[in-house]
Design a protein around this ligand. Structure first.
Ligand SMILES: Nc1nc2c(ncn2[C@@H]2O[C@H](COP(=O)(O)OP(=O)(O)OP(=O)(O)O)[C@@H](O)[C@H]2O)c(=O)[nH]1
Ligand SMILES: [Mg+2]
Length: 306
């Protein structure tokens, strides 16, 4: 169920959740003197809701055209038309595990977005789906506490963790994980990565190396997905991050975290429309169960307060 708004018991969302984007859009109809004013104010609301300038302009232009062409007048019809327009651009993917081969999710993202927490949540999610042979790979060897953090999650979820020392080569950690996963007949590897390196170039180079090691070692024997974690509260910055990672190694799916802590949901539309990367899950709290499959219909209803 897509219920991040209701399920926010562990989050400190009160400070950020000032106004709901949908409520603000709905209010515009009462406020605007004419349709022109409405479009302008709609653009402002969407941009402030993280949809991004270019994407917003394109969507509102599409709405203008439809309203003119179909002579739409009342608020409900115009909102429904806008919903239809946005929904055309939404792309969702459900990360269904292959039962016949080893699945590997490489979890990417800049520091602090929630990668390690999301790995624990994913482990819990797939355990609930009946997969028990899951192994966590401590690929963030850069940050001192990262390995211990993953080990704690391993203990909490009752899963094996493959790790080496702080500062070791993350490519070697992932190589070891793959080798041992084949040996033990594991179903899923959830691999953590560093969110920070000495600079962005290092980070990208490291990821390209890891990507190559995985592709070489899983070749034809496994299902490999690159999952980018984005913190929903970082706004358009999230879109730039997606661009960098996508260009470096290609991203298969996005997971948006901290949805409980933002009232601006437009980033999903921006990522889908601009980069054509699908969204798979939404994180809405710090607990292991605070992860839901992305539901486009519910997302739209919420975005537009329909
Ligand atoms: N409210 C809220 N907090 C979250 C969510 N996901 C993660 N967090 C919190 O965000 C903080 C950072 O999470 P981590 O999982 O350590 O992030 P990371 O990307 O692994 O960070 P680095 O390893 O430093 O790169 C922690 O305090 C988490 O509890 C979420 O969906 N909602
Ligand atoms: Mg981490």
């Amino acid at each position: 169920m897509f219920n991040w708004k209701k399920n926010k018991k562990n989050s400190d969302s009160s400070a950020v959740k000032k106004s709901n984007l949908g409520t603000r859009i709905a209010e515009l109809f009462g406020k605007s003197a004419n349709l022109e004013d409405f479009y302008e104010e709609l653009e402002e609301v969407l941009i402030s809701g993280d949809m991004g300038g270019v994407v917003t302009m394109e969507l509102v232009a599409e709405l203008r055209e439809r309203v003119l062409k179909d002579k739409l007048k009342d608020k409900e019809t115009i909102l429904l038309e806008f919903k239809r327009i946005i929904s055309k651009h939404l792309i969702t993917t459900h990360l269904v595990l292959s039962k016949d081969e080893l699945n590997l999710f490489l979890v990417l993202g800049v520091n602090g977005v929630g990668k390690t927490t999301t790995i624990a949540k994913l482990a819990q999610y797939y355990k609930n789906k009946g997969f028990s042979k899951i192994v966590l790979s401590a690929g963030d060897t850069f940050r001192a506490a990262a390995i211990d953090q993953l080990k704690i999650h391993g203990e909490r979820t009752g899963l094996r963790v493959v790790a080496q020392k702080h500062g070791s080569d993350p490519g070697a950690v992932i190589y070891d994980t793959i080798a041992s996963a084949y040996q033990k007949g594991d179903e899923l590897i959830l691999a953590d990565t560093a969110g920070r390196m000495h600079n962005k170039k290092n980070l990208v180079n490291e990821l390209m190396k890891i990507n190559k090691i995985i592709s070489t070692n899983l070749k034809g024997r496994g299902e490999y997905k690159k999952i980018l974690v984005i913190d929903a509260t970082t706004g358009q910055n999230g879109l730039q991050q997606a661009e960098v990672f996508h260009e470096a190694i290609g991203v298969d799916a996005v997971i948006l975290t901290k949805y409980d802590a933002t009232a601006r949901g437009g980033l999903v539309v921006a990522i889908n429309k601009k980069l054509k990367i699908p969204v798979s899950f939404v994180g809405h709290g710090e607990g292991l169960d605070d992860l839901s499959e992305f539901n486009a219909e519910q997302y739209l209803d919420d975005l537009l307060a329909i």
